[in-house]
Design a protein around this ligand. Structure first.
Ligand code: SF4
Length: 338
């Protein structure tokens, strides 16, 4: 991990934001690239949001990038470029919740704030024999209380990282290596042979599935129309091909035509399917159908986006797109329209 033994609080902060919803192996190349583009908080603060989102493209949960960018500006403007050192101050920054506040202040500034992530929950529920549902806030608060009591005052950063690593390397979800675990002598789940039922997590609710129709409009100069998603929406600040959800009983071509009329105020004819793909987000999944469209009448206006823009196919690469749309842009740059 490139951030291990990193003394720079800014880099620790970036790494912790990336790791919020991303595995270490996925985050590592993004971290290296991000730091090479924005080596200091000043570089990040003065960057354009589009540059930041481009560096985040493919990592998902883009509000992390937008919040990190806006918090960097605040650190430069209000804190003279230095990350606040206390939990109460740092948690006021956008995108920093209890977990990140505890992780950054303990690792960067040696403050005794205990972090509780999935690994810590697994280790502590097993160690103390906590059998309640770990999906509930009550159980998570209970685990936090145990962690707060346990944290080593002299080396809190090391303590936090050690506990998380114990969870990821030894106390694994299935087949924990209890024989080689340094805390085995006091572990309730190991003694009671309950490691297969602790931690308990109630079944997740089924994710809804949506069918989406999007339109690819090409003008007489070969330019394609893309739209900038609203700043405060999911995937805000990223570009996409306009479209939306299919209504019950609606043909997908009609979805595309209706959505483009609503979003752009134009009449189009969806005449050929380009591709379809499935994608899963954290709370729902989609099947996206992309159709080539002919502009029949009207001038595209951004009724439901920040901006619309006509771009050449070879310019698509410059814009940050969410994952499903990225697949679409790759298909478009590799395949000519009939
Ligand atoms: Fe996890 Fe086993 Fe160690 Fe207990 S003894 S903390 S179950 S690895």
């Amino acid at each position: 991990m490139p951030w291990r033994n990193e003394p720079d609080p800014y880099k620790i902060w970036v790494s912790e934001i990336m790791l919020q919803q991303t595995r270490v192996d996925q985050a590592t190349p993004y971290f290296r690239n991000f730091i090479s583009l924005f080596p200091t908080v000043y570089d990040l603060a003065k960057a354009e949001q589009q540059e930041v989102l481009k560096a985040w493209e493919g990592l998902g949960y883009y509000s992390r990038a937008r919040n990190l960018h806006s918090a960097a500006k605040r650190v430069v403007e209000d804190h003279d470029g230095k990350l606040p050192e206390t939990y109460d101050e740092i948690i006021k920054l956008k995108g920093i919740g209890p977990y990140t506040a505890a992780a950054v202040t303990s690792i960067a500034f040696n403050k005794p704030n205990a972090v509780v992530d999935g690994n810590v929950i697994r280790v502590l529920t097993r160690y103390f024999g906590i059998e309640e549902d770990t999906r509930s806030t009550k159980t998570r608060n209970k685990v936090q209380e145990f962690a707060d009591k346990l944290i080593a005052e002299d080396r809190p950063g090391d303590f936090n990282q050690a506990l998380m690593e114990l969870g990821s390397e030894v106390c694994k979800p299935s087949s924990p290596d209890c024989m080689n675990c340094p805390v085995q002598s006091g572990c309730v789940a190991s003694k009671m042979a309950k490691t297969d039922i602790i931690p308990y997590k109630s079944p997740a609710k089924k994710k809804p599935h949506h069918v989406i129709g999007v339109g690819v409009i090409e003008d007489e100069n070969g330019k394609l129309l893309i739209a900038l998603r609203p700043e405060d929406a999911m995937l805000g600040g990223l570009w996409e091909f306009p479209g939306g959800k299919q209504k019950e009983g609606e043909e997908i071509q009609n979805t595309v035509e209706r959505e483009l009329k609503e979003e752009l105020g134009v009449e189009v004819k969806a005449y050929k399917e380009l591709m379809s793909l499935k994608h899963t987000y954290s709370h729902f999944s989609i099947t996206m159908h992309a159709w080539f469209c002919k502009l029949i009448s009207g001038t595209p206006t951004p009724n439901e986006s920040q901006e619309v823009r006509w771009v050449q196919r070879d310019e698509l690469e410059r814009y940050p797109f969410p994952k499903a749309n990225k697949v679409l842009t790759q298909r478009l740059t590799g395949e000519e329209q009939d």
